[in-house]
Design a protein around this ligand. Structure first.
Ligand code: F6P
Length: 531
């Protein structure tokens, strides 16, 4: 054990030095990457089709051995039982407790009481009929979850107008408030820490807006959701309008807590319940399904082979569903804040690359944006295709075309198209064989590019909850294998500290200093204007 690491931390060997890791990587290289043999895992109502990933019996066995070597079963039990999963902050990562139908004993009372408070508040707002708009202020994990779910399930309309304001760019709050009637607007301020610059400044702005409308007690229209209720009270929010969650729920894992309040305000408590139930179903699947038929585990192993055996530096997310417009940023935060780490649990530099860059956009827009790069760029990237079996709109031909496009992209990535096939195709119209060969090289697709297809029955709250939990558990498994802590985010903290120092300098409240030449130049440029 490295000096300074917590004494009760289980010591694990640096990953690259383990025989199981080497065997896994070698098996991945020997596995078939083009056969596309059917391999579909059923997970909590979702079908996770891994047929177009590298596969072989040897790779499956090596994956299981790798997980055993990293003590997967004990780590999973620790996670699900609320043990210390986040060692640098010495706390649990117990998002599963927030959505369990019967939350575990230690936290059951608090979790159920807060769930009831959220629902009672929504009933009260509905009954009162006073607010026809909600301005939700929060950022990162206090924004993406509700924003994603409200856009996905409320695509055809919500019970009241919903505006989400996250960015410190003043245009965001301007757009968030414009055109709303202050007297009929409820402001929800969501922040785990209640200490985030963007959120506090935007909340301040919203309060001014209420005051300027002549509202005598603007706090009466403000609700807080936080793990720091004292800070909310100090700011002025009444305890009866403050909904709490706890430090053991990480920001990017918090949509299952009272952070889900805007979902219930927009879509009704049933939507929030369905979301929680779907995620809880995925938790049960993750906890009980055998490894070979375990969706999160198999998704994680495929990702490890792609990242570390085949060297793919990124993962493309392609939801073939226009309603999932915020899924990519949600998963970017989940994956990149969790897995963008360079030291292992013992504080040693990692010995293999960790979390990939996550990027993408809904298909079919992505096809006309970056799929060229996926098909013919020299690096390529694995793609997670996500689609619903059934649509909720009345245009069957649209859904047929959407499905066709999704399947076709996947097939093209797998199959590719060789130069010789292309030359044969070109021969009838190209009399010059040299030109045919040249053109064939331009049109060639390498193929053998991995992807996963995740099929939801339809975009219900239940299926969406299961989908998000699938990725949460995948991240856990990958973090475990890489030996890193998926539940802290020190890199974000450092930037926040520097930003607050520069903001003080720009306001003339602190002397500028200690910067590199370029930062000093720009601080002087803006600072001299008296910002
Ligand atoms: O982006 C960094 C982060 O700390 C996230 O983990 C978190 O979701 C976000 O800031 C917002 O933090 P808070 O909910 O405390 O305002």
């Amino acid at each position: 054990m490295q000096e300074g690491a917590p004494a009760d931390l289980a010591s694990v060997a640096p990953l690259a030095e383990t025989a199981e890791w080497r065997a896994f990587v070698e098996a991945a290289h020997r596995a078939d990457r083009r056969a596309g043999t059917l391999r579909v895992v059923e997970a909590a109502g979702l079908s996770v089709d891994l047929s177009t990933q590298a596969q072989s019996d040897e790779l499956a066995a090596a994956g299981a051995a790798l997980l055993a070597a990293r003590d997967f079963e004990a780590a999973r039990a620790r996670l699900l039982e609320g043990g210390i999963a986040n060692c640098t902050e010495n706390r649990a990562a117990w998002h599963t407790a927030l959505r369990a139908e019967e939350p575990p004993g230690r936290v059951a009372g608090r979790v159920l009481a807060e769930r009831d408070r959220v629902r009672a508040f929504v009933r009260h707002v509905d009954a009162e009929g006073r607010f026809d708009s909600v301005v939700h202020i929060g950022i990162g994990g206090s924004d993406w979850g509700p924003k994603l779910v409200v856009a996905a399930l409320g695509y055809a309309g919500t019970r009241r107008q919903m505006r989400f304001v996250s960015n410190i760019d003043g245009h965001a709050i301007e757009a968030g408030l414009i055109g709303l009637d202050p007297r009929r607007t409820l402001v929800v301020v969501s922040s785990k820490s209640f200490n985030t610059t963007e959120t506090l400044h935007n909340a301040d702005c919203a309060l001014r807006w209420l005051r300027e409308a002549g509202i005598a007690d603007p706090w009466e229209q403000v609700v807080a959701v936080t793990a720091n209720p004292d800070a909310a009270r100090d700011m002025g929010v009444a305890p009866e309008r403050t909904f709490t969650f706890w430090d053991w729920a990480g920001g990017r894992y918090s949509v299952w807590s009272a952070i889900g309040l805007p979902i219930a305000l927009a879509l009704g408590a049933e939507a929030l319940d369905g979301l929680l139930q779907g995620a809880a179903a995925m938790d049960v699947h993750f906890a009980t399904a055998p490894l070979a038929a375990n969706g999160p585990v198999q998704l994680a192993l495929a990702g490890l082979a792609n990242r570390n055996a085949f060297g793919y530096a990124s993962l493309n997310i392609a939801p073939y569903d226009a309603r999932l417009v915020h899924l990519v940023p949600y998963l970017q935060q989940l994956e990149m804040e969790s897995l963008g780490k360079s030291v292992d649990l013992e504080g040693r530099p990692v010995t293999v690359p960790t979390g990939p860059v996550v990027w993408g956009m809904p298909g079919t827009d992505g096809q006309h944006t970056f799929f060229q790069w996926l098909h013919q760029g020299p690096e390529g990237a694995p793609v997670d295709f996500i689609i619903c079996r059934e649509a909720d709109h009345p245009y069957p031909e649209h859904h047929r075309l959407l499905v066709a496009n999704c399947l076709a992209q996947r097939e093209a990535l797998l199959r590719g198209k060789s130069a010789s096939v292309l030359e044969a195709e070109l021969a009838p119209e190209e009399s010059d064989p040299a030109r045919a060969a040249w053109l064939a090289r331009h049109k060639m697709h390498p193929g053998g590019r991995p992807s996963t297809l995740i099929v939801l029955p339809r975009l219900s709250a239940h299926a969406l909850g299961a989908l998000l939990a699938l990725y949460e558990h995948k991240v856990f498994v990958q973090g475990l294998v890489w030996g890193i802590n998926p539940y802290d985010q020190w890199g974000v903290e450092y930037g926040k500290v520097l930003a607050s120092g520069i903001a003080r300098e720009l306001a003339g409240k602190a002397p500028a200093g200690g910067h590199d030449a370029s930062t000093a130049y720009w601080v002087a440029q803006w600072g001299n204007g008296g910002m």
